[in-house]
Design a protein around this ligand. Structure first.
Ligand SMILES: C[S@@+](CC[C@H](N)C(=O)[O-])C[C@H]1O[C@@H](n2cnc3c(N)ncnc32)[C@H](O)[C@@H]1O
Length: 340
């Protein structure tokens, strides 16, 4: 029988070394450069402006972590992306998921340093700690952080949105509205896989011009419309299917219930509300990513938290939804489906 083993403690405890090495490589666009051609260490050094002291340790750490491949040794070595890094970390490919890693490098990494303060005070530790603006106002107050946030949201969810758009039964649905749809990624995946559906991507006024630009550049403007609005101030647009992805977890219990209830009012009978989130398992023992996402909401929001299917079932049935079930997506995410 295996005895006590400190290796997992060390791996997770020192995990920030590996995390920051990868995040920095993404931020410096190393994988995008290497996607064009394999390079020697000196060529990479010139491209990224690396110091002699760091050069081989940085690159060979990425080899040992499995993100780069290397032929040869030190001065004679040639470096290439690993297959996963090439597909998912080259910013010139549509499959790029690095937006969430860029945002983690530039925002979340620092904010998580104050986790202990968040645990003791229950207060957010992001930009809003230093001004009095809430999350979205703070992020959307400058164009660069607005774009970085939307880019991050899109990349993080791409696998789930694609899976959902391919596997959910859309046969009885003609109209769809994505609430808090950000840059419009879910609407795009649904439109591409389900030619009979037209969508509305509903979000705050600062966001909709970016979504509109995305739909235009993909030639989908006739099927997906971006609509500006504030879900605290008005009713939701009517549609056969309403989706909310990583929206409920931004808010406290009363606001979550208010959004579910507004969705109920906007649906026809037989219509469906679908929530896509990193849903925590009912027993709160397994979905570590979902639980840490909830800690991330502690860091990022005033009252937000992640939740389980049974939490959602309670809120949705209070609003009148009759059938509530979960559909597993990729990795730790699920779609929760509530039918009117
Ligand atoms: C965490 S993001 C999720 C984005 C996207 N659904 C996804 O999963 O990638 C939450 C979204 O809700 C939007 N939002 C926040 N407050 C809103 C409000 N009052 N009315 C409409 N949308 C809002 C934000 O602009 C943002 O796009």
């Amino acid at each position: 029988m295996k005895g006590p083993d400190p290796s997992k403690i060390m791996q997770i405890g020192m995990g920030f070394w590996a995390s920051k090495t990868l995040l920095t490589a993404v931020n410096m666009k190393l994988f995008s450069h290497l996607a064009k051609r394999e390079m020697s260490a000196r060529e990479i050094q010139n491209q990224l402006g690396l110091h002699d002291r760091s050069l081989f340790d940085f690159l060979d750490t990425l080899v040992a972590l499995g993100f780069l491949k290397r032929k040869g040794f030190k001065e004679g070595a040639m470096y290439q992306n690993s297959d996963d890094a090439d597909l998912f970390l080259d910013q010139d490919k549509l499959t790029y998921i690095g937006g969430i890693l860029e945002m983690s490098n530039n925002r979340l990494y620092r904010f998580w340093n104050d986790l202990e303060e968040a645990l003791k005070t229950g207060k957010p530790q992001n930009e809003s700690k230093y001004g009095d603006k809430p999350l979205f106002e703070a992020i959307y107050s400058n164009e660069e952080s607005l774009r970085e946030f939307l880019h991050a949201m899109g990349g993080a969810q791409a696998g789930n949105f694609d899976y959902f758009a391919r596997n959910f039964d859309f046969s009885k649905i003609k109209t769809h509205c994505d609430i808090g749809g950000a840059g419009g990624n879910l609407c795009v995946h649904i439109a591409k896989n389900n030619p009979h559906i037209s969508s509305i991507c509903y979000d705050l006024p600062k966001v909709t011009p970016i979504a509109e630009g995305n739909f235009r550049s993909l030639g989908l403007s006739d099927r997906i419309k971006a609509r500006s609005g504030d879900f605290f101030q008005e009713e939701l647009p009517k549609a056969d299917l309403i989706t909310m992805c990583n929206v409920l977890h931004d808010w406290g219990t009363e606001d979550k219930k208010m959004l579910i209830s507004k969705a109920y009012s906007a649906l026809p009978s037989e219509g469906a509300l679908v929530i896509i989130e990193n849903v925590i398992d009912d027993d709160r023992r397994q979905n570590a990513f979902g639980l840490m996402m909830s800690l991330n909401m502690l860091i990022e929001t005033d009252q937000g938290y992640d939740f389980s299917l049974s939490d959602f079932r309670e809120w949705a049935s209070q609003s009148g939804f009759r059938k509530i079930e979960a559909m597993r997506l990729t990795g730790p995410a699920s779609a929760l489906v509530a039918r009117k």
